[in-house]
Write a new protein. Structure first.
Length: 159
């Protein structure tokens, strides 16, 4: 009985340590104002903190640059993987293509994304496609036409 109490206490302490470590990890994207220092390129810390708020979910950082935005990928099994993308590109599609995160072919409406995070789906073969969402809403334009908003969460979901 006492062993169960110790085990629960250790698990609680471990969770607290992990949450504290994750919050320190995301401070690189904070929007604190240090007496005139320009932090406009890192004004999305709350988005990244929301993504990393679940202890069991890790956020993978990809790319390099001054801009930072969040991407979530939901695969064919419904498994969600979260990323923090860093770039100097102007739009989401350009940033993700530069780092090899997405691939596809040009169509009449822009880039038709067939591969996301090394997972390829093809409507002609699978009857499934990559849907593109911005803040949980179905995007009204293609990923290659979407300017980067550092406060937004971009999601690719197999549908």
């Amino acid at each position: 009985m006492n062993f169960k109490r110790i085990k629960k206490s250790l698990l609680l302490c471990l969770c607290i340590v992990i949450v504290a470590a994750m919050s320190l990890f995301t401070t690189g994207c904070s929007d604190n104002n240090d007496g005139g220092v320009d932090h406009s390129d890192h004004n999305h810390s709350s988005v990244i903190e929301d993504i990393s708020s679940t202890v069991s979910e890790a956020v993978t950082q990809l790319g390099e640059g001054q801009k930072c935005f969040a991407v979530s990928v939901v695969d064919t099994n419904g498994t969600e993987t979260k990323y923090e993308i860093r770039t100097d590109a102007e739009n989401v599609g350009e940033a993700l293509t530069q780092i090899g995160f997405i691939d596809g072919e040009e169509g009449p409406y822009g880039l038709y994304v067939k591969t996301v995070d090394c997972l390829t789906v093809d409507y002609d073969k699978d009857g499934k496609y990559w849907a593109f969402y911005i803040n949980g809403e179905y995007a009204t334009q293609g990923v290659d036409k979407t300017p980067i908003d550092e406060t937004a969460v971009y999601t690719f979901k197999v549908e």
